[in-house]
Design a protein around this ligand. Structure first.
Ligand SMILES: *[C@@H]1O[C@H](CO)[C@@H](O)[C@H](O)[C@H]1NC(C)=O
Length: 250
């Protein structure tokens, strides 16, 4: 398939730490939509789940809303540095293993919404075991799928979703230093979207901050041991949402 190479504005970014990364681009049915991201001002993570920054990170303003028909895929895209969309560099480096999750929040105007309204989860790609004895860091993770797919993952927008404005919150959690409280790293970008369609569903949601606790078992976790399960933080994926299989997501 053809993907149009369009670079994201780099003006808002300072050089960031190695391995850190930012969701910076959104594609609509594989067609590039670059202007609706509230781009984080650096590629450093949020680490305090009680901060308002856990909603949409510390960000600059987006220039528009992306118009998205219900039922289509959007494709989120992450890279370590703004404008570097090379597939030879890992999307998120430094063994930053962990889940990728996408939420929506129904809002009056996506351009001005502050992220305080409830979010519901429409997508997750979390963890799958590599073998019966593997340690967690050797297992499959959502962030490894980002790296395999040149930073991209396809996220279906539920077909029955009510039309209107939403904030789309894309999140990767890096768990490489998460064995102590406060060690997990939250890489979040919100995208401003307007959903078109004749659906009527508006799922219940959770509020940030509050939805996560620093001691949640999917947040305070030692991944350098064998894991028999991984329980992602936040609510279950809503009906009509997508649970991808780590190691197989595209
Ligand atoms: C969305 O993306 C997934 C994964 O690439 C694909 O299997 C599915 O067919 C896509 N759905 C639509 C409606 O394009």
């Amino acid at each position: 398939m053809t993907r149009v190479a369009v670079f994201t504005s780099i003006a808002a970014f300072a050089a960031g730490a190695v391995g850190h990364a930012t969701f910076q681009d959104l594609w609509l049915t594989r067609h590039y939509e670059g202007t609706c991201a509230r781009l984080p001002t650096s590629n450093s993570p949020v680490t305090d789940v009680t901060s308002d920054d856990i909603r949409c990170n510390i960000h600059s303003a987006a220039t528009s809303k992306c118009s998205v028909p219900a039922g289509v895929n959007v494709t989120i895209e992450m890279h370590q540095q703004p404008g570097d969309r090379s597939c030879t560099n890992e999307a998120i480096g430094g063994a930053h293993y962990g889940p990728v999750m996408v939420y929506l929040s129904s809002v009056t105007d996506a351009s001005t919404a502050d992220g305080s309204a409830p979010f519901f989860k429409i997508y997750e790609d979390t963890w799958a075991p590599a073998s019966s004895t593997s340690q967690g860091s050797d297992d499959y993770w959502g962030t490894k799928d980002l790296n395999t797919n040149c930073g991209k993952l396809d996220v279906p927008i539920p077909a029955d979703l009510a039309a209107g404005d939403y904030l789309l919150r894309a999140e990767a959690i890096a768990l490489h230093t998460a064995s102590s409280v406060g060690g997990a790293q939250f890489y979040v970008t919100c995208f401003q979207i307007s959903v078109q369609g004749d659906g009527s569903v508006k799922p219940e949601g959770v509020v940030f901050p509050g939805a996560y606790k620093a001691t949640d078992r999917g947040i305070e976790i030692n991944i350098y041991q064998h894991l028999s399960e991984y329980v992602a933080p936040g609510p279950d994926v809503v009906s009509g949402g997508t649970t991808a299989v780590a190691g197989k997501a595209v």
